[in-house]
Design a protein around this ligand. Structure first.
Ligand SMILES: [Mg+2]
Length: 127
C-alpha cells in the first residue's frame, strides 16, 4: 500500500514516516504542499493520503476539495492531520468529505487507528 504524505515541515514528515514505518507501512511518497501532492496523485498510484492542513501554495483543505472532486481520486482515503481542533475546522473538513481527522500531536496507536478506520470506511482491507 502506497502512502502520499503531505506536510510543509521536514520534522513532521520525518516523524510521521517513522510512525508509518513502525506500523508496517514503508511505501511512502512525500510532498511539501497540496499542489505538489495533486501532481503526484495525477501521475501515479496512491492508495492513501495523509495531509497536513496548514501549508503554503495549496493547503490541506484545498487539496482535499480537489481530490474529492476528481472522480479518479475521490475514492482514495484522505486523512487530515492538523493542530486545528476547533469545531469549525473539523466541520469544514467533514463537509469537504474528509475520511478521517487526526489532531496533532498524535502517537502511533492513534495514527494506526485512524488509518484502519479510513480503510474500513472505504471498504478496503488493511495492509
Ligand atoms: Mg504545516
Amino acid at each position: 500500500m502506497r502512502f502520499l504524505l503531505v506536510d510543509d515541515l521536514d520534522t513532521m514528515i520525518r516523524i510521521t514516516k517513522n510512525v508509518l514505518s513502525d506500523l508496517g507501512y514503508n511505501d511512502v511518497i512525500t510532498a511539501r504542499n497540496g499542489e505538489q501532492a495533486y501532481q503526484i496523485l495525477n501521475k501515479g498510484k496512491i492508495d492513501f493520503i495523509i495531509s497536513d492542513w496548514n501549508m503554503p501554495v495549496m493547503n490541506g483543505i484545498e487539496l482535499l476539495k480537489k481530490v474529492k472532486s476528481t472522480p479518479k481520486l475521490a475514492d482514495i482515503p484522505f486523512l487530515m492531520m492538523t493542530a486545528e481542533s476547533e469545531k469549525e475546522h473539523i466541520i469544514e473538513a467533514i463537509q469537504a468529505k474528509v475520511d478521517q481527522y487526526l489532531i496533532k500531536p498524535f502517537n502511533q496507536e492513534m495514527l494506526g487507528q485512524k488509518i484502519g478506520q479510513a480503510l474500513h470506511k472505504m471498504g478496503k482491507n488493511e495492509g
